[in-house]
Design a protein around this ligand. Structure first.
Ligand code: ADP
Ligand code: GLC
Length: 517
């Protein structure tokens, strides 16, 4: 056995965690949150984690203590710095021609996709693979590459085609709906190997699918909840990739996302005037009154305050929420909505708020701090989805004592239990509805309002919801067990050789979770 590889089992694994988003360096949604909190949780358990992401302007501005490690073959440099807050080591692929631009990670300021997105993320993926195969030039090399979503899918192909020995690879699907599909000619012009462009590779209905590359070539695949892991094997939820996923089912694991319980903590949230927790809820009433003032909502309203902090997209049923607004307001519910997305929906929500001041507040945009204040103020949180791989917003809402109104799909089915018709104080954590219609949504909110009026029952339900454990510990342990197994398989050794110290450490900190993985 290769001495160096055996070492990987005795000592904590070195993992290169590849992503296009990492909060606060870059974030457009849940991917950014997970790719900050998960590597931090894994590092806290002892793994040697390093993140790699594009050198966007926001990332270059915020990363701490950056230093140059190497020049990149096609221009630009590889930097190594630290993430603010967690201090995690972060490689930034500083390609000014590709990543130093105004606008977001994927779109220009007018919300049009950057026309060279394939070139941008193929370059990111190539740098990930090169670092993995040859080291960072400063003595660090991973035992495993953990790539996330389509932006880093090609890294899995580059690694697989490099032959052995090579680091093991793991690919996490955060959302099958975003596939990174591009014309094959564009891929050829970039010099991507023909093998990758073939149907047995990552060709997908006449295009190159970067997501398919991740699924096809990674040694192991995970997705962000157990229910979504089952759903994506079906034509209904497989987004055209269910056949490939079924073929790889033996290598597919659903591991539920956690939340960063320090960043999303009502007892220590700098956005709130008065901290609160499940035992002392006074601060929540203060947060509600402050938000009502801020958004011009009637402070004397008797019904619940229903919030929505979500991308305004088909996935999040924003069209159905819009349709449901009049009935919700007629039912005495106060609504505060914050989001951005489909321009037609943005305009329609703005228009809907006209003349409904005091009862409906619409704030189009993206504001992290406002998201925190909204969760703290909320009685009910509307988080419906036609499909939902995991759904962090729903967990944030629960931690802040806002009961979710949502559909039992994907990760939502794994995190929310319907309060049902019995004693609301006894069981359940939210109000779910099955049909993706405005009528069903309104009926579920109506059930929520009824429980809200029964104050003692409401308080007990709220307390129970707030005490749910959505932390990363259990899931991080499952990832560590998976890392160990994949590294061992790549090294051709048993995943549980007699008594190596890292395995013992892992068993001690994780106990049952490692056995379950
Ligand atoms: P998704 O990743 O599909 O958008 P999640 O619920 O998993 O769904 O994660 C969404 C993340 O994006 C959460 O952190 C949520 O607070 C944040 N978010 C969504 N829209 C906004 C917004 N308009 N302003 C601030 N944060 C937002
Ligand atoms: C995706 C999914 C969301 C998930 C997030 C983080 O954006 O839409 O459900 O929570 O990724 O994994």
């Amino acid at each position: 056995m290769d001495q160096e590889r055996h070492q990987a089992l005795i000592s904590p694994p070195h993992v290169l965690f590849a992503t296009s988003e990492m909060f606060p360096l870059a974030k457009t949604g849940g991917l950014g949150d997970v790719c900050a909190a998960l590597p931090a949780a894994l590092a806290a358990l002892g793994a040697d984690m390093r993140v790699i992401l594009p050198g966007y302007v926001s990332a270059l501005d915020q990363a701490i203590g950056k230093r140059r490690l190497a020049t990149l073959p096609e221009g630009g440099v590889l930097l190594l710095g630290r993430a603010p807050g967690t201090g995690l080591p972060v490689y930034l692929v500083d390609r000014p021609d590709l990543f130093r631009r105004p606008g977001g990670p994927y779109q220009d300021p007018e919300k049009q996709d950057w026309p060279d997105n394939l070139r941008r993320f193929a370059a990111l993926s190539a740098t990930v693979a090169a670092l993995a195969l040859h080291g960072d030039g400063a003595g660090w090399q991973p035992d495993l590459v953990h790539a996330n979503d389509w932006h880093t899918g090609l890294a899995m192909a580059f690694l697989a085609l490099a032959g052995t020995p090579r680091p093991a690879s793991l690919f996490t699907i955060h959302n099958l709906a975003y596939q990174g599909n591009f014309p094959l000619d564009e891929a050829r012009a970039l010099g991507l190997p023909e093998e990758v462009l073939s149907p047995d590779g990552a060709e997908f209905y006449g295009q190159l699918s970067c997501l398919k590359a991740g699924i096809r070539y990674a040694d192991h695949i995970t997705t962000v909840s157990p229910t979504y892991a089952r759903e994506i094997l079906t034509p209904e939820h497989g987004a055209g990739l269910d056949g490939l996923l079924r073929a790889r089912v033996a290598d597919l694991t659903g591991i539920l996302n956690g939340i960063d319980s320090a960043a999303w903590n009502p007892a220590g949230d700098p956005e709130l005037a008065a901290p609160y927790d499940a035992q002392r809820l006074g601060g929540k009433a203060i947060a509600k009154a402050a938000l009502q003032r801020e958004l011009g909502l009637d402070p004397a309203a008797e019904g619940p305050l229903l919030i929505s902090v979500n991308r305004l997209t088909h996935q999040k049923m924003a069209d159905v929420v819009l349709q449901a607004l009049p009935a919700l307001l007629d039912d005495g519910v106060q609504v505060a909505l914050h989001g951005q997305g489909d321009p037609a929906l943005e305009a329609a929500f703005r228009a809907a708020s006209a003349g409904r001041e005091g009862r409906l507040a619409v704030r189009i945009g993206y504001d992290e701090a406002l998201a925190h204040r909204l969760h703290a103020a909320a009685d009910l949180a509307l988080t419906p989805a036609r499909f939902e791989p995991c759904g962090l917003t729903t967990m944030y809402a629960m931690r802040y004592g806002a009961l979710p109104v949502t559909r039992p799909v994907g990760g939502l089915a794994d995190t929310v239990a319907d309060i049902g018709a019995g004693d609301p104080a006894a069981h359940g954590t939210g109000f779910t509805f099955v049909e993706p219609t405005a009528a069903a949504l309104v009926a579920a909110v109506h059930r929520g309002s009824a429980v809200f009026r029964d104050k003692p029952a409401w308080r007990r339900a709220q307390k129970r919801v707030m005490l749910q454990d959505f932390g990363w510990q259990a899931s991080a342990c499952r990832f560590l067990a998976l890392y160990g197994r994949q590294v061992a398989m790549m090294a051709g050794v048993s995943p549980h050789p007699a008594g190596p110290s890292w395995e013992r450490h892992l068993a001690a900190v994780c106990e049952t979770e490692t056995k379950a993985a």
